[in-house]
Design a protein around this ligand. Structure first.
Ligand code: 13P
Ligand code: SF4
Length: 299
């Protein structure tokens, strides 16, 4: 399957982008692997005719919005991020009516529709910097209450209004699960993704996006780490750091949508080109503005 994928990629001038939560087999064959911000930048710069996005639907959608002329394929179009939909109807309009200077800051884990109503997009690696850089005092942060709450702590000078959405995978990790790992591995620092509950973030040693957690491990002289995020990062962590050990909450946090990016699905979509991402033109025109603003402010 790998050989066939490599051959088809060459023939069709296609590139494969994979998020760190995609299965190891997808990361292994991908041309680019990274966190959400890195992948959005790669998608924007790519000169390929076809982008195969091994992630979830908001990632494929964002790639398409940034590259309307390119064919964006996803190995499984059903791979979706539940959090991307978690903003109640009318909530943004209600907040805009309430605050004159409101900026709607939209985590990239959101539908294209939500992006059309937002002022700027952010990812977990640039959210703090972008919110700091905005001239607005009042910020409605959607959809993730946990990333929003992390940003609020880092940027106390702003009034950050939280929305009640969350990643069901990260939000399900409990304090007890984390304490259990700490008990078993007392010397290991806890590295955590800001999509986790604030209580857990507060008891951690380092907070960052997937790429930032991976970079922290690479630079650290320590040998053991408690990793509090989706377990797809284990592929990169173990291949880049032989000899270092990684421990996860039990059961391992696992995003079933990300795991739909199997080798079979990658090969099949490259052969048939049948799972193409389409975004309504009017929606794309409006949703590209906050994405471009993120690329500009996040530089
Ligand atoms: P990052 O890779 O940007 O940290 O995002 C995590 C995530 O949940 C993507 O869906
Ligand atoms: Fe969405 Fe959470 Fe899966 Fe990331 S890990 S894609 S935020 S459900």
């Amino acid at each position: 399957m790998k050989d066939k994928i490599l051959q088809l990629k060459k023939e069709k001038n296609a590139v494969i982008l994979a998020h760190y939560y995609a299965p190891a087999e997808a990361q292994e064959i991908a041309d680019y692997v990274g966190d959400s911000f890195y992948l959005a930048k790669v998608a924007k710069k790519s000169t390929a005719d076809i982008l195969v996005f091994c992630g979830v639907s908001f990632m494929g959608e964002s790639a398409k919005i940034l590259n309307p002329e390119k064919k964006v394929l996803m190995p499984d179009l059903l791979a979706d991020c539940p959090m991307a939909h978690m903003v109640a109807k009318g909530k943004i309009e209600e907040m805009r009516d309430k605050y004159d200077d409101l900026a709607v800051v939209c985590y990239i884990n959101s539908t294209a529709e939500l992006k059309t109503k937002s002022d700027v997009c952010v990812t977990s690696s640039n959210a703090v910097g972008i919110v700091k850089a905005l001239p607005n005092k009042n910020i409605f942060f959607i959809p993730d209450r946990n990333l929003g709450s992390f940003v609020a702590k880092q940027v106390p000078e702003k009034n950050i209004i939280l929305n009640d959405g969350c990643c069901p995978i990260h939000a399900a990790i409990t304090r007890e699960q984390l304490l259990e790992q700490k008990k078993l591995h007392p010397k290991a620092p806890i590295l955590i993704h800001p999509e986790c509950e604030p209580e857990l973030v507060a008891m951690s040693d380092f907070i960052g996006s997937t790429a930032e957690l991976i970079e922290y491990v690479a630079k650290s002289p320590l040998e053991e780490f408690i990793i509090c995020t989706e377990d797809g990062v284990d592929y990169k962590l173990t291949t880049d750091n032989p000899g270092k050990k990684f421990f996860y909450p039990i059961p391992h946090p696992c995003c079933v949508d990300m795991k739909l990016n199997t080798l079979e699905n990658i090969l099949s979509v490259l052969e048939k080109e049948d799972r193409e991402v389409f975004v309504d033109e009017a929606v794309a025109e409006m949703a590209c503005r906050p994405l471009y603003r993120m690329l500009e402010l996040g530089r």
